[in-house]
Unconditional design. Structure first.
Length: 150
């Protein structure tokens, strides 16, 4: 009879190994699913490239506050733009409302008309905001250009 018990034990050995392996896999799966996960970056949290249009110069109409010029927010952006135009001495000439991606600003209305001439060192400042309800601020940009007023 002793021999029969040994033979039965030998036949059960692969079954015991299989059950042990399954128990280990189940334990690993359980531990992995219960372990705290690092917070996933939501798409809105992941930094993305923001396309900022560059200009060497802009042409404006002399003696007029209302201009026909409109400035765009490229469609590939995932943020609002607010664009401001400054003279070299930091005088604010214009500031846009929030511009959605793929849209342009309303026609520029200057804070004061400009005399004809060349105005080097002007600046376009781009403030960028998330498309969320809070309009969370993002990085911005600044570009230097020349204003040609005719």
């Amino acid at each position: 009879m002793r021999r029969g018990k040994r033979a039965a034990a030998r036949r059960r050995w692969p079954l015991v190994l299989l059950l042990a392996a399954l128990a280990m896999l189940a334990a690993l799966f359980f531990l992995r699913s219960c372990a705290p996960k690092p917070p996933a970056l939501a798409e809105e949290d992941s930094p993305a490239q923001i396309a900022i249009p560059g200009y060497e110069a802009l042409t404006l109409q002399a003696g007029a506050k209302k201009q026909s010029l409109r400035l765009p927010n490229p469609a590939e952006n995932d943020c609002y733009f607010q664009i401001s135009l400054y003279l070299a001495d930091d005088t604010l000439l214009w500031q846009s409302d929030l511009i959605k991606p793929g849209k342009t600003s309303a026609p520029i209305i200057l804070s004061r008309p400009l005399d004809p001439g060349t105005y080097p060192g002007a600046t376009l400042r781009y403030a960028c905001f998330r498309l969320d309800r809070e309009k969370t601020p993002l990085n911005g940009a600044e570009t230097k250009l020349t204003l040609w007023v005719q």
